[in-house]
Design a protein around this ligand. Structure first.
Ligand code: GTP
Ligand code: SPV
Ligand code: MN
Length: 585
């Protein structure tokens, strides 16, 4: 196979000349091809077969112990001007970066096969979708890309018709962390990644393309590429609203997107459009329409069980790849809080399991499964038009301060709410776990350009429509003095979503506070929960002194972007500051 697109043919040729693979395979995306990759990896030991009876067609991959998460310190945006990458990104001069990478890529595929994977992010027949081609020397990447994106012949046809595509070159290299780089050249729509075989570092359609490069494209083309789940909420009356939620990595997107409502919400139906990435376009009807560019899930394994996320748990019973899980004596995958009464015998490194040494599954162990495995997968996820969004919910993982839920007063205020999000870092990236950092719109690791320009881009939507989604903020992760979560979370989050929808449809009043509209305590239904009214009051309170400190911290953060910071955000912050001041007085 080859291609009629000259630019693609030439680029593949040039890449092969540099990397010197033994041979070149163009991926067609077929099931046979997937099976061939699996067989090859079983033979080389890259994959281990799991219990065929309990987990048909499931495999375990153990990545190199130094290669288990995204590497933000080795991820660069190489725009021509440093200012365009912004203080939110690591920057390298594109000429210098190219020189460095040319050396590292020189001959790196010797003795290996080079795979050319044409892919389409989004439904193959959607004008909102975008094409890409990933060149890789990793069969693990080919197999995972097959699950995560629409790859192969249909994507290549689309590329040949449209002529445009994002280029991604990936090599596992020698996995030396000193020679690991994930580099983006937004002006050239080019990604070059070497030295890691893991998730977001290697499956280039995901964070590298669909967020970093796409956010750059989206800004020039007038749309938004966001780190958001998309879910449908159908009421017993048959009315469906779609909401998109931006939570940082490992802060609950997959879980919320597949939520099973508690008993008293019988008759409500939740469907998943997407669990990680959302592309938003403003249509002539004045609404924001969303597509999920992906077709599978690369989800956090630990904590997934029948009770926390039954739909995900069901997904994992067949046709899944487990990366860095533990294993039981009868060869079933195992992880912390699986709660199935089984015991692990082998840990994620392949050593005999010893709780003194560490967990059985790596905290950032992941599953890869097709969205088709999800019992509540929305048929609308394949609709070329996408779905109209009624609410956008920002969030983060914060022990204190941020209430369970609040609503922004208007679009401008909501953009500030998104821009000032902060969250405890997680195992999804190497380093810093547990520390609170600013993570605007959950895009800190993923915005491919200067955050100040990104905030300004968000603000441009305000004047364009009066039918934009309402903007909210949630925090499932408040803790009490004993360090225990105050809110039960998971399926019970439906109770908060119900309030959000009631606000969207104008069915419920709210309390105006300096930081936004908060629910009246009785408007969040806690029937059947082991949560006291006092806890709800604490979860729905605004601590003026703490928020005054927060406003100061947000102000300092916005100042990091210098003159590029939109004045509108400073004005919005000043309003909050003076409202807090009058409360304190
Ligand atoms: P990425 O795939 O990294 O972008 O993560 P994500 O945002 O999809 O997070 P995910 O849903 O996989 O959840 C990450 C971790 O948070 C898991 O261990 C979950 O069990 C836990 N979690 C998810 N939702 C809740 C919640 O409502 N409350 C609590 N306490 N924990 C939650
Ligand atoms: C995240 O870290 O937000 C993920 C996993 O969704 S990765 O694909 O590794 O980026
Ligand atoms: Mn993510």
């Amino acid at each position: 196979m080859s291609t009629t697109n000259d630019a693609l043919a030439k680029w593949v040729e040039e890449t092969a000349a540099l990397t010197k693979p033994d041979n070149i395979v163009w991926c067609d995306g077929s099931d046979e091809e997937y099976n061939r990759m699996v067989d090859m990896m079983l033979e080389s030991g890259t994959l281990l077969k799991l219990n065929e009876e309990t987990h048909p067609n499931c495999y375990l991959h153990r990545s190199d112990p130094s290669d288990v998460a995204r590497v933000e310190h080795l991820t660069f945006v190489c725009s021509k001007n440093e200012e365009d990458a912004g203080p939110n990104n690591h920057w390298m001069d594109p000429v210098e970066a190219t020189k460095k990478l040319d050396e590292l890529f020189d001959g790196c595929m010797q003795g290996r096969t080079m795979y050319v994977i044409p892919y389409c992010m989004g439904p193959i027949d959607s004008p909102l979708s975008r094409n890409g081609v990933e060149i890789t020397d990793s069969p693990y990447v080919v197999a995972n890309m097959k699950i995560m994106a629409r790859i192969g012949t249909p994507a290549l046809k689309r590329i040949e018709k449209e002529g445009t595509f994002v280029k991604g070159v990936h090599s596992t290299g020698d996995l030396d962390p000193e020679k690991r780089f994930i580099m983006h050249f937004p002006e050239e729509l080019l990604i070059r990644s070497i030295g890691s075989g893991y998730g977001g570092n290697a499956l280039l359609g995901k964070k590298c393309h669909a967020l970093r490069i796409a956010s750059w494209q989206a800004r020039t083309e007038g749309w938004l590429a966001e780190h958001m789940l998309i879910m449908g909420l159908e009421s017993p009356e048959g009315e469906t609203h779609y909401v998109a939620c931006a939570f940082p990595s490992a802060c609950g997107k997959t879980n919320l997107a597949m939520l099973i409502p508690p008993e008293q919400y019988n008759g409500w139906k939740v469907t998943t459009v997407g669990d990680d990435i959302c592309w938003l376009h403003l249509r002539e009807d004045g609404r924001l329409w969303a597509i999920n560019p992906e077709s599978g899930y690369f989800g956090v394994i630990p904590g997934t069980n029948e009770w926390s996320n039954k739909n995900a748990y069901e997904c994992l019973k067949s046709d899944a790849i487990f990366t860095n899980a533990g294993v039981t004596a009868d060869n079933q995958p195992w992880w912390e809080d699986k709660d199935d009464g089984m015991e692990p015998v082998t840990d994620w490194k392949g050593n005999p399991y010893d709780p003194e040494v560490g967990p059985a599954a790596h905290p950032n162990s992941r599953f890869t499964v097709s969205a088709k495995n999800n019992p509540v997968y929305s048929p609308m996820a394949d609709d070329p038009n996408g779905v109209p969004i009624s609410a956008i919910i920002f969030g983060g993982r914060r022990k204190e301060l941020a209430p369970l839920v609040y609503e922004a007063k208007d679009w401008e205020h909501g953009v500030l709410v998104g821009a000032s999000c902060a969250s405890e870092m997680t195992a999804a990236a190497i380093g810093g776990a547990g520390q609170v950092r600013r993570d605007p719109m959950a895009m800190k690791p993923f915005c491919g350009y200067n955050f100040a320009d990104y905030f300004a881009h968000w603000l441009t939507f305000g004047p364009k429509s009066d039918k934009l989604p309402k903007l909210f903020h949630v925090n499932w992760f408040r803790r009490d003095q004993d360090g225990k979560f105050m809110w039960p979370g998971f399926g019970e989050n439906m109770r908060v979503l119900a309030w959000v929808l009631d606000r969207v449809t104008g069915k419920v009043d709210a309390r105006e506070t300096p930081i936004g509209y908060l629910p009246n305590v009785d408007d969040i239904d806690i029937e059947g929960l082991d949560v006291s009214k006092e806890t709800m009051e604490a979860l729905l309170s605004v601590n003026v002194a703490q928020w005054q400190d927060e406003v100061q911290a947000i102000s300092e953060y916005l100042d990091e972007f210098g003159a590029r910071t939109p004045q509108t955000l400073k004005d919005e912050l000043a309003k909050i500051s003076s409202a807090l001041q009058s409360k304190a007085a």
